[in-house]
Write a protein that binds this ligand. Structure first.
Ligand code: NI
Length: 173
């Protein structure tokens, strides 16, 4: 089966506020597995359900596996919420749904997140650095927010222009 396609800016599906997951069904487990496949294939370190067109509060994250010798260790987070957010840091971010672009974004430096895993068990995780950035970035997707919504208006409009040009060129090929 082909991998699920990644929804890309400016697709309106990326702007939706996603619905909480009710029961954790086989369909949810299949979706999480498919999302991990897409994440490792791209490659990326996180992927949120709306990025594959599913408007539900679920994301997958693995910030370790790119490091040499590290095994894949995907974490599925369902209905996540932050229970603590502290400090500030600036990180260069990119997104599989925002092609050919990266920019510095200010985020909280340390977060505590609470979510359910695929067994419906509660997970509580404290994170900092890259992991904290990635958790906040993926969480944002569930509220219809992209990292380019958190940069200056000027930078954003330059990217939007570049992206429109890119889409016109692609449609002409
Ligand atoms: Ni993203």
């Amino acid at each position: 089966m082909p991998l699920r396609e990644i929804v890309q800016f400016p697709d309106p599906r990326l702007k939706r506020v996603c619905e909480p997951v009710g029961e954790i069904t086989d369909a949810i487990r299949d979706l999480a597995r498919d999302m991990c496949e897409v994440m490792y294939d791209e490659p990326g370190i996180g992927l949120a359900a709306p990025q594959v067109g599913e408007s539900i509060r679920l994301f997958v994250i693995d910030t370790e596996w790119g490091e040499e010798g590290e095994e894949r260790c995907p974490q599925v987070m369902i209905n996540p919420e932050f229970t603590a957010q502290e400090g500030k840091l600036v990180w260069e971010e990119a997104c599989l749904s925002v092609p050919d672009y990266s920019a510095e974004v200010e985020r909280h430096a340390r977060v505590t997140i609470r979510a359910l895993d695929l067994d419906g068990k509660e997970i509580v995780e404290e994170a900092e650095g890259l992991r904290a950035v990635c958790l906040q970035h993926e969480f944002d997707h569930l509220d219809g927010t992209l990292f380019i919504d958190r940069i200056s208006r000027l930078k954003r409009s330059l990217y939007v222009k570049k992206r429109k040009k890119q889409l016109i060129e692609e449609s002409e090929d």
